[in-house]
Ligand binder design. Structure first.
Ligand SMILES: *Cc1c(COP(=O)(O)O)cnc(C)c1O
Length: 410
């Protein structure tokens, strides 16, 4: 058999493994030195108690023939679709029907799988820097072209730099599919209503599809920042929204998310006929996916109870306070920073033109802090690092004290 050649085109992703290897090496050479991990990309607090209790009850359901659940609906149980429609959309004045919501085992799967419903010839626009899944999944599907100087010849790159505040703006060129993430990983920046409206207008003009990743919407506190792209008029005709319970409620190890495909969202087939994307996604999911676990979906449902909402909010606020602390201290130390307001991520510019890996090495050696080099998220990330609010408050404070103490040399 012949393999899918696109896998051979994909470069190895060295970012996280190289960070881990560098930390290991440092620890071997400096035994007894405590390194504070400011590069953590996973949540660290346990999941809300309301979800724990609901999952215990769901396990008991599985133990009795009367309440046992076998295969569930591929699109998710009605109880969770209803809770999402009510809790995440109706509550914000957005009308999303239950059957426009597709429950999944997480946002990464959906973001990677959505390529099944659009043409291999589509021009894909991605942000630089950005979440690597958008790029790699489309390369595997055959939409990348050739890799030249770290960039794929068939992609349209949306340049995110300090000049535009690391927020992509609609390009002059046409794109068929655009991946947007707000609040963004890795830069922590988010779109205002007007900025997002410019993207919806672009997509309507170009008959393009926006795939809107709002995995971090729970971190939004600024009322000027929309939680959902559907808060923008006309967005239902151009956007799919992908969400996750991972960063919201600590479900990274439990696995649950959802994708919204509005009924009015259409694409064109080869004859120019308008085809419902919701129908295609339903067909895709019922063919290749057998639904998220009943137990996990009961856990997710419980996040929408008053207790679940309060407990989730408390966890998110803890991370946000860490991020705010990082942002403030880094600013005080004279660094240029982005994000850290409606996001757990703080994006920091290297103060004297050092590249990302050199700054990584210096922070490790002089302050015993680890970070994620920004260059791993795209060429515009060069010269930046990402710090996260996912460590404990105590460690975050300690890390910032260390950083202030050495910042004169950095
Ligand atoms: C973590 C993350 C996801 C993946 O979420 P899962 O639901 O755990 O698969 C998606 N998008 C972004 C930007 C993320 O940072």
């Amino acid at each position: 058999m012949r393999i899918n050649d696109n896998f051979e085109k994909l470069p190895e992703s060295y970012l996280f493994s190289t960070v881990a290897a560098r930390l290991r090496e440092f620890k071997e050479q400096n035994p007894g030195v405590e390194v504070i991990r400011m590069d953590i990309g996973d949540v660290t607090l346990p999941i809300p108690q309301a979800a724990v209790e609901a999952m215990h009850r769901a396990v008991e359901d599985m133990a009795a023939s009367r309440t046992f659940h076998g295969y569930g609906p591929e699109q998710g149980y009605d109880f969770l679709r209803r809770a999402v429609a009510e809790g995440d959309y109706a509550s914000r004045g957005v009308d999303i029907a239950d059957n426009e919501i597709f429950i999944s085992d997480g946002a990464k799967s959906d973001l990677g799988n959505l390529g099944d419903i659009f043409s291999v010839d589509s021009t894909v626009a991605v942000t630089d820097p950005g979440y690597p899944v958008y790029v790699d999944a489309n390369v595997i599907d055959g939409r990348g072209g050739r890799l030249e100087d770290g960039r794929w010849s068939n992609f349209l790159y949306l340049e995110c730099t300090a000049e535009n505040g690391f927020k992509p703006v609609p390009p002059a060129a046409h794109a068929d599919v655009i991946y947007l993430c707000s609040p963004a990983n890795p830069t922590g920046t988010s779109f205002s209503r007007d900025e997002l409206k410019a993207w919806v207008d672009y997509a309507r003009r170009e008959s393009a599809l926006i795939i809107y990743d709002s995995a971090y919407c729970a971190y939004i506190s600024d009322p000027a920042v929309p939680h959902s792209i559907y808060e923008i008029e006309g967005a239902k005709e151009v956007a799919i929204e992908v969400r996750s319970f991972s960063k919201t409620a600590g479900f990274t190890g439990l696995r649950c998310g959802y994708t919204v495909v509005p009924e009015v969202l259409k694409g064109s087939d080869g004859q120019g006929r308008k085809i419902s994307l919701r129908k295609l996604w339903l067909r895709r999911q019922t063919t290749k996916f057998n639904g998220a676990s009943y137990i996990i979906q009961r856990g997710a449902e419980a996040l929408y109870t008053p207790e679940g909402l309060a407990q989730t909010k408390a966890n998110v606020e803890y991370y946000l306070e860490n991020a705010a602390l990082i942002r403030m201290r880094m600013q005080d130390a004279g660094f240029l920073v982005f994000g850290g307001v409606d996001s757990p991520y703080v994006w920091v510019k290297s103060p004297n033109g050092e590249n990302s890996w050199d700054l990584f090495a210096r922070l490790l050696k002089e302050a015993h802090i680890s970070c994620t080099p920004g260059s791993g998220f795209g060429s515009n990330g060069e010269g930046y690092i990402r710090l996260t609010g996912f460590n404990t408050r105590e460690n975050t404070e300690k890390a910032m004290e260390r950083l202030l103490a050495v910042s004169k040399n950095i």
